[in-house]
Design a protein. Sequence first.
Length: 535
Amino acid sequence: MSTARTNLRWWQTAAIYQVYPRSFQDTDGDGVGDLPGVIRRLDHLCDLGVDAVWINPFFRSPMKDFGYDVSDYCDVDPTFGTLADFDRLLAEAHRRGLRVLLDLVPNHTSDRHPWFVESHADRGSPKRDWYVWRDPAPGGGPPNNWISFFGGPAWTLDRRTGQYYLHHFLPEQPDLNYRNPEVVEAMLDVMRFWLDRGADGFRVDVLWMLVEDPHFRDEPDNPAWRPGMRPRDRLIHCYTDDQLETHEIVRRMRALLDAYGEPERIMVGEIYLPYPKLVRYYGTPQTPECHLPYNFGLVERALGDWRPEVVRAVVEDYEAHLPPWAWPNWVLGNHDRPRVAARIGSEQARVATMLLCTLRGTPTIYYGDEIAMTGTEVPPDRVRDLPGLRDPLAHPPRDPARTPMQWDDSPYAGFSVVEPWLPVHPDYRTRNVAAQRDDPRSMLNLTRRLLRLRRESVAFLEGTYRSVTAPQGVFAFVRAADRQRWLVALNLTGAGRRLEGEGGEVVLSTHMDREGRERNALELRPHEGVVVRIA
Ligand code: GLC
């Protein structure tokens, strides 16, 4: 596929595809996806037109948080395969021109990791300080008021040694101490291990929480907290989020990546922070940090209140905060969030995908969103997300967004030959890759067309962005470079809309059924988005 000529780097013209490997393709008949399964489906990624794949953690793990509790950073968990499978995956991906990003989980390990086992053993252990251990508060109880993401205190008492250890997630995910230089070195070694094997970079888990306040002060109450919000948000996270020292560690990681030279190895950061703080994770041109600090603006703000005013505010807020050298990026969902089609419906999911692929910057597509999978109601006895099982109010189970990929209409959707670890959505007989490949108007073909349009157009790759006035319910903007100008007009409502004075050549509609010149006015049908060539 041809890419328009620009001076951009590979990760700037790229589209990223996120694979949750447990749910992508099972090849050994255990109902759980694996790395050979990812290899088997690489052609789907090429056919879709993405350039890089981010694979959620496949390292050795007791799987309390499905791989986000790592017990050996330098090996593949047997559920997913072997190191040889990984090497083969990398070779097969590279042969097809696809880059591979791994999921680095530096903030915490599993409680079964040998580092923690040693740290836990006694107070005098050389690894004691690799984790965050504190004495109980003077009157007994946890050292301070910090709350875990998954509900309850962020501290667990180890009775034998009489101290508490910190965990921002499950108690089985003890937090590493990034104030200890040995920990930083150890994690850089983990990165080297995979980079030496040929990995193209990392998505880095909870990057904004690596370091904590050195004085372990209580966090103040959040006056904006209301029942229904996450328990952790009762507090303002001035002592656990975004500590200044985190940036120094990110710079070290980036320097290591840069030392590998061409082709560039990259770092995508999972960072849930407001834009003014988020954009600091780009660093500066002299001391760069993340290539792409993930921008969750659409996920956090727009998809919950899907109106043009909100979408525009998010886009323009982001654009206004980006430093001139920073490269933007957009996402609509991931393995932690309800799917986009579950949030705004499958018709608007098409409109949202048009938005994702036509805004400035690198898009990431979550597996299954290219066929508008919606996420299944998972019955209570099939829920597998442990935090969601332990405390569903603090943390609604994430299983609906993680159900098996729907490849075809055979039993278990072509994902597996046995009952999968999570139920397949009952709509798989009609909503699947094979059926959508044959349907010229499908979501799959829409996504392919959008990705192709993006990569073939200088204006979409590196053009300017400017929003334009549009009727109520419509979000419209222009992308322009050189002599190329595109109008993107998105009808976010279920009623028809008319844009006066907006003639041009419609090159793509989310309905996939119209092309050609429109004079003087542009009619948008319900739930329709269009890309119009206006110069
Ligand atoms: C990130 C991951 C999430 C995981 C958590 C703890 O937010 O995306 O799935 O549970 O970190 O590692």
